[in-house]
Design a protein around this ligand. Structure first.
Ligand SMILES: Nc1ncnc2c1ncn2[C@@H]1O[C@H](COP(=O)(O)OP(=O)(O)OP(=O)(O)O)[C@@H](O)[C@H]1O
Ligand SMILES: [Mg+2]
Length: 506
């Protein structure tokens, strides 16, 4: 049956070619004959060919945007139609390191049944025309045709296919991704001068309850994210794109990247880590943006590193040229790109906030910086970056959260001293966390006995030993932290003492 479907489709194409030929017949052929024959061709073709087809290309017609329907069909066929296929492909899936992900190989036809109707599916490879495939190109003359699925069905089922079958494929796809959802971390990668996203499975360890920061601030952020997630109707009612911008700023090691992981965990969104330095120009930035999925966090880290060049460039332009309020400010991202296209501030802004930002829903933009004062106000004004979150040095409240996460303790005799020291000197949570990591002697008698139990103390004595061991580790870690903080305090006081000494000598 499959063969005959192919024949009919081929026949249809041949008849179409025939029709085209007739339509170009020379003038001397009798007009009437030409009219009769050329109007007969489609009738004959439709009489003999009982099949119709729908092509679903991997990319949209303008080659700009990935066609999500293609992904839907891939997932659907993988789940529903592999049983009778003999040519399959295997790769390692995202959900597990060991389970292979089996999918349909190119040019393998599979049959699906829906409401008593048979549907024939086939995946045609990229550049099918050059490889001898039979797919009719959407892009004539273009050798780089994207892959596509072709669905063939009997023409009496057209309504069923369009109104019920294809929507059911999409519904099934949504169900499957909801149940097998593995979060992904994407980064942009440039190959043959074109940028695209590559991804890895993403399971960030960070959770909000582990994040050491002011408690009320943390709760506020979580409430803000929850409100955003539930605000679909609000955004459509007020005519706003469903997106939100966060600017995370603060010194290195205060938890900006950790916060992004916690946000992704909290919302269960994918993360797109955008590296602007490897993007050629605004068009490429736009393409990457259009390739991001809904329900995602789009991150640009250390935005100030780009802004420094932006500001310098603008200043030098302003000095060199007569003032022109309308000129576009250019970010020179790297020497490599100097003579090629450029990503401009306006390009970045339209990505975050302009016309293009409305192409997609439920997206969060996060910019991070160590130097908020260096950023162009246009980039971070409210509305673009809806919330500015300062990640600050570690004070006592944040320390207690770290002690709970790292050492599983809520009180200790050294807490008072540590609280006082943290008030006096600026230390990052990263530095405090580093001191709280158990290290030290591994050969104590308790360690040896616990190692022998293979980490699973089963009885009361075993549990007691584990508690003693943890207590000792906590003592050691906190003592080390006190020592580090004291040293830091002395160091920070040293220049002042030097100048006092100098003053005395004068
Ligand atoms: N607020 C915090 N709460 C919990 N852990 C933190 C916090 N800040 C830092 N850490 C710890 O320090 C490490 C480094 O933090 P992180 O990478 O998030 O800092 P950052 O602010 O992004 O720094 P940079 O500006 O250099 O990128 C993290 O892996 C985490 O273990
Ligand atoms: Mg970081």
């Amino acid at each position: 049956m499959a063969l005959s479907v192919e024949k009919w489709v081929g026949f249809g194409s041949a008849m179409a070619g025939f029709g085209l030929l007739w339509s170009r017949m020379p003038e001397h052929v009798h007009d009437e004959a030409r009219y009769i024959i050329s109007s007969l061709v489609p009738m004959v073709m439709s009489y003999f060919n009982p099949y119709e087809q729908i092509t679903i290309s991997e990319y949209g017609e303008e080659r700009f945007r990935r066609n999500k329907f293609f992904d839907a069909v891939s997932t659907y066929l993988r789940s529903e139609c592999l049983d009778h296929a003999s040519k399959l492909k295997a790769e390692l899936g995202n959900n597990s390191k060991y389970d292979p992900l089996i999918s349909l190989d190119e040019n393998q036809e599979v049959v699906d049944n829906f409401g008593g109707a048979r549907m024939w599916w086939r995946l045609y490879p990229k550049s099918a025309k050059n490889k001898g495939g039979t797919v009719i190109s959407l892009f004539p003359g273009d050798s780089d045709e994207p892959r596509c699925y072709r669905l063939v069905f009997h023409k009496r089922h057209r309504k069923l296919v369009v109104d019920s079958y294809l929507p059911s494929v999409v519904r099934k796809w949504h169900e499957l991704i909801a149940t097998n959802r593995q979060r992904l971390l994407f980064t942009n990668h440039s190959q043959d001068g074109k940028s695209h996203w590559i991804s890895v499975p993403y399971n960030p360890p960070a959770k909000f309850d582990m994040l050491a920061m002011d408690h009320s601030k943390k709760v506020e952020i979580m409430e803000d994210l929850t409100a955003f997630r539930e605000a679909k109707e609000y955004h459509s009612k007020v005519g706003k794109a469903w997106k939100r911008g966060y600017l995370l700023h603060g010194p290195p090691g205060t938890g900006k990247s950790t916060m992004i992981g916690a946000m992704a965990n909290f919302l269960e969104y994918d993360v797109y880590d955008l590296d602007l330095t490897s993007i050629k120009d605004n068009a490429e930035l736009r393409k990457l943006f259009l390739d991001t999925t809904d329900r995602s966090i789009i991150v640009i880290e250390d935005i100030d590193a780009i802004e420094v060049e932006l500001t310098t460039k603008r200043k030098s332009k302003e000095a060199a040229e007569e003032k022109d309020d309308n000129h576009l400010v250019t970010i020179e991202l790297s020497d490599k790109n100097k003579d090629k296209g450029k990503v401009t501030l306006s390009g970045l802004l339209s990505f975050v906030d302009g016309l293009w930002s409305a192409c997609g829903t439920e997206r969060i933009f996060v910019f991070t910086t160590n130097h908020v004062d260096r950023l162009d106000p246009a980039l971070i004004r409210r509305g673009r970056m809806d919330r500015h979150i300062e990640m600050s040095y570690c004070r006592f409240e944040a320390f207690k959260m770290l002690a709970k996460s790292y050492l599983d303790i809520t009180e200790h005799s050294l807490f008072g001293e540590i609280g006082q020291l943290l008030d006096e000197i600026d230390t990052t949570p990263a530095d405090v966390a580093d001191s709280l990591m158990p290290r030290g002697k591994r050969n104590s008698e308790i360690d040896r006995l616990l190692d022998e139990m293979n980490g699973a103390p089963a009885d009361v004595a075993g549990n007691l030993m584990l508690r003693v061991k943890r207590r000792r580790e906590a003592d050691g870690c906190l003592a080390r932290l006190v020592e580090t903080l004291k040293k830091a305090k002395m160091k920070s006081a040293a220049p002042a003492m030097d100048s006092m000494e100098e003053a005395k000598e004068d």
